[in-house]
Write a protein that binds this ligand. Sequence first.
Ligand code: AMP
Length: 266
Amino acid sequence: MTTEWFSLRMRAVRRNRHLSGAERLGRAHDVPSLTAALLQRAMTHGGGPPDQVHCTVERLDPAEICHAELPAVTAWEVADWPTGRLLAGRLLEQAGVSAAAVSRSLARLAAGPAPAGGPMRGAMIVDSQNGRRLEADPQRGVRVSRMDVAPEERPAIERCLNKAGLGHHRVLEAMVLAGKVLDAPAVVAELCWSDEPDYLTGYVAAPECGYQRITPLKAAGDPNGGRVFFVDGRTWCRKEFVAFLEQRPLLLHGTPEIHPPKTWKA
Ligand code: AMP
């Protein structure tokens, strides 16, 4: 079997706006089927057919591949999305994000974080204390790529998530992304909810508490969403942070620890 590794990235655009994106890592023999799955995703996105789809396949230097553990999972149920956002704020504050940075970031995601509103292609980077945005290009943000679960561990990981009722492909994708973000230098926490109008679950991730799903975190039909990476502004270095998230290949390992589901009342 070949040991060549490749990074695959897909980006779909509709009416000059980001529609959908995804990233995988795979060995050479898996590249055609992984590419087909990414194209299928772009062509069937809930936001309508794309005007353009870009797929990039790049060979990796295997010596550069890093390794990390998948984060532990907790699934929270709340009565409605405002309660979900209160819980998200609570979890972010426990992780070390200031109340001011939480409320500014929730408001930005709710309004659509791109400069003209609507979704960004990547994530916002926000100072966890003063709430200032730090990304160089606020239209694009930072796009995490070159990460995946170790292919030989994927079946066991999927079985474990299925058994816990977390078998939707978005769950593992979010865990993989959060796993890479939590490994990044100077990161404090991550907040996410989708811009897909009908996907209402979002999450908070932080090094101490892992990946905490919250349902719902937005109202049905709401087309706004995005991601925020909160960083410690005292030690954060843009070049190092962006290079790690965008360039460094990372494989995630281990059957994730899944805590029993929880309900939360404000
Ligand atoms: P999704 O969960 O795929 O609906 O994505 C929600 C939002 O998260 C997108 O609109 C982007 O702003 C952001 N996002 C998605 N994928 C990435 C990524 N790989 N890196 C950084 N931000 C992302």
